[in-house]
Design a protein around this ligand. Sequence first.
Ligand SMILES: Cc1ncc(COP(=O)(O)O)c(C=O)c1O
Ligand SMILES: [Zn+2]
Length: 387
Amino acid sequence: MKNQQFNTGSLITHLVCSKCNAHFDHQNIQTFSTCCNVPLSAEYNLSNQTIKAINVADYSMWRYQFVLPVLDSKNIISLNEGFTPISQLKKMSNQLSIDSLYLKDEAVNPTGSFKARGLSMGVSKAKELGIKRMVIPTAGNAGGAMSAYCAKAGIEATVIMPKHTADTLKEECRLYGANLIQIDGLIDACGKKAREIAASTGAFDMSTMKEPYRLEGKKTLGYEIAEQFNWELPNIIVYPAGGGTGLIGIWKAFKELIALNAIKGPLPKMVLVQSIECSPMVHLFHEGQLPINYAPKSSAALGLAVPYPFATAMMLAVLKESNGIALTVTEKEMEAGVEAIAKIEGLLLSPEGAATYVATQQLLKTGWAKNTDKILLMNTGSWYKYR
Ligand SMILES: Cc1ncc(COP(=O)(O)O)c(C=O)c1O
Ligand SMILES: [Zn+2]
């Protein structure tokens, strides 16, 4: 049954603090939870609802509008993001001696990465809430995506990026009409600058997990995975994590799909991969804290160079609830991984995507993953943007 109150059919009811469950109003502008200083999460009324409410005629992530937060369809800013292909990597699975290995290819999204999902949603909600200016700290891909959606929405965009970022990622922001600011340092330094700009200009801060709706866009990954696998999920999903929006979003989708009676447990084990150069989540998962001599560096996988993610508790909860694991790969392994998949499957993955393949090799070696497991890798972005 569709919600008649909103013309998108959205079943959103409110936002909750991800720590204490305090309620926040979704019809006002929100950032993160002011009670516990953690991310907010959108809640929907899923009782007596079914997955049949999907708009099957829409071949984008907006087919799941009824479980998305936009209330009025005139506010949807879409470039046809989502509904990306899942391919079976048959030759690679033979080489690894496993039964089934799949790849969800997010490189084909508008602006060349899965960031399109989150920013399409975040910018659409911003438009709905009357926001006129936005600022984002980014490792590269999120900035390009925000610039594109802001261009279409008529919202002023400021993007703050590390100086060392690849030229393509900078140039696309300029072409989409955004103000580009370059900073010496990693994304945390960019985040600091974004807070200053937000405070001095009134621009809305779109930092990862510091506003509630990019997560809802990333959540559509989980809905798609379930639908594309005909509601029978893989056993293992391998995800290259920076700020963690995709990991948390996929897991949120699975829980909503259980509430909708669309899938049953057990859910997949979620695997979080980072570069050894910057692996805060791997430290937190295995040691419970960052090392005393913690010295995060950049990575060829630019999106993974997030030294102090905001949503650490939510990421750890996904790993714990799913019986998952966190592991690192080296820069050399990632580089070799890109080449190995390109040569055998004809697919050029982003370094982040290649990291999921390298991690899978390791998990098979240690026996954590079995050769009978159905494993899904996430290629989160396009190789072509890192020039
Ligand atoms: C290609 C790519 N993969 C993975 C990530 C990490 O994404 P998340 O912040 O959702 O963990 C990013 C973030 O910049 C990215 O650009
Ligand atoms: Zn709270």
